[in-house]
Ligand binder design. Structure first.
Ligand SMILES: Nc1ncnc2c1ncn2[C@@H]1O[C@H](COP(=O)(O)OP(=O)(O)O)[C@@H](O)[C@H]1O
Ligand SMILES: [Mg+2]
Length: 287
């Protein structure tokens, strides 16, 4: 099966074009350009949005220029920060529907949420219709990659908060990404959802020049629960170095932060969760 957005532009050639020397240069692999991290897992509630926002804020606290983008039609990252389609002037939707995106058009979709420390592109509930809207669009798998190139020199990191289902949005994010970060709740049921994301990686790899790098992130880890410990051990055994050394524990401060429309560093900078996402940022900066 092909991932939506990776099929040909009307012929047999894969559109992702990421592979075929299309118009988009390889952002993120050129020095001085942003590294693009897609945070994805088809299972919901595993910590994708929390990771995108907290890691973005942590990297910003390490002095990095960061852009976070909400690609989920549920708009959870946007709602977390207090942004809704009715109170923002632009969103990720504009970037997908425009014929071409230059730095000016991209900037029109960017907002700066309070003290979070990063630039932010909000989502839009109409992103859910994108598979239909783009059905006849040539090279629809590289729309995001090409749009990000327009501002890649303005950022050190671009973090994409992905939707929990395969479609043109997730395919675009995976094609654009230098690294796929897969948050995995340390819970036996969460392991069942993993098959889908690994199937998607295999599908996307068919159209990429080099295989998509990925790394799993253990989240909501409760060190007192034997089941959590066993799941983490299993992940490390199966995936080895493709699991971050950093583990994100359970911390109620994440819920407090989202209720306040803030990132964790604004409400509880010394909390365990805040420290662990800084550790994750440092691990990524070292790699
Ligand atoms: N490490 C954590 N400890 C406790 N609660 C967490 C943690 N990470 C996320 N949460 C909470 O779990 C819920 C789902 O997280 P979220 O990041 O929205 O998942 P996803 O984006 O994968 O659907 C949210 O209410 C969030 O505040
Ligand atoms: Mg989410």
């Amino acid at each position: 099966m092909r991932a939506p957005g990776t099929e040909g532009a009307g012929g047999g050639e894969p559109v992702a074009g990421a592979s075929s020397g299309g118009a988009a240069p390889d952002a993120g692999t050129r020095p001085g350009c942003a590294r693009i991290l897609a945070v994805a897992n088809q299972k919901g509630g595993v910590g994708k949005t929390t990771t995108a926002l907290s890691l973005g804020a942590a990297l910003a606290r390490r002095g990095k220029r960061v852009l976070v983008m909400d690609l989920d039609p549920h708009n959870c990252a946007s709602a977390h920060l207090g942004f809704f389609p009715e109170n923002v002037s632009g969103s990720a939707l504009d970037l997908f529907l425009a014929d071409t995106v230059d730095a000016g058009a991209f900037a029109a979709a960017v907002i700066r949420p309070g003290q979070a420390g990063f630039d932010f592109v909000p989502g839009h509930y109409r992103l859910s219709e994108l598979d239909m809207d783009l059905r006849a669009r040539p090279r629809k798998g590289v729309i995001l990659k090409e749009a990000l190139v327009a501002v890649a020199d303005r950022y050190d990191f671009m973090i994409l908060d992905c939707p929990p289902h395969m479609g043109v949005l997730l395919a675009n994010a995976m094609v654009a990404a230098d690294l796929l970060v897969i948050p995995i709740q340390t819970d036996f049921l969460a392991l069942h959802g993993l098959r889908l994301i690994f199937d998607s990686i295999r599908t996307i790899n068919r159209v990429l020049k080099k295989p998509l790098a990925f790394k799993a992130l253990a989240t909501m880890y409760d060190r007192r629960a034997g089941a959590c410990v066993r799941v983490l051990n299993l992940l490390r055994r199966k995936l080895g170095p493709r699991v971050f050394s950093t583990v994100i524990g359970l911390d109620t401060q994440f819920r407090e932060a989202s209720a306040d429309g803030k990132v964790i560093y604004e409400v509880a900078p010394d909390s365990r969760g805040a420290r662990e996402y800084l550790q994750l940022a440092d691990e990524i900066l070292r790699s």
